[in-house]
Design a protein around this ligand. Structure first.
Ligand code: SF4
Ligand code: SF4
Length: 78
């Protein structure tokens, strides 16, 4: 069974660059169509629960705005 995970995006730091969206091998990220953060950007968010917890999005994010967790609750990266 493939690993399962989830992410938390710190909206305050997200600049809507979409690098995480393009990098996610599971294609589970998008820029929120209806939320805007304090800087005027649409922050990234998950679209489905198919995240594997691989951590690629967090590595790609230039603002270190993503925390990745495995379903065990273990933090993968910041
Ligand atoms: S941890 Fe991996 S699968 Fe999950 S959202 Fe980030 S890049 Fe996609
Ligand atoms: S890579 Fe980081 S700053 Fe860019 S959209 Fe994703 S969470 Fe936001």
């Amino acid at each position: 069974m493939p690993p399962k995970g989830y992410i938390k995006v710190n909206d305050f730091y997200c600049k809507g660059c979409e690098l995480c969206v393009d990098a996610c091998p599971q294609h589970v990220l998008q820029l929120s169509p209806d939320r805007i953060n304090g800087k005027g950007y649409h922050p990234a968010e998950m679209t489905t629960s198919e995240c594997s917890g691989c951590g690629v999005c967090a590595i790609m994010c230039p603002e270190a705005a993503i925390n990745v967790f495995r379903m065990s609750g273990q933090k993968v990266s910041a």
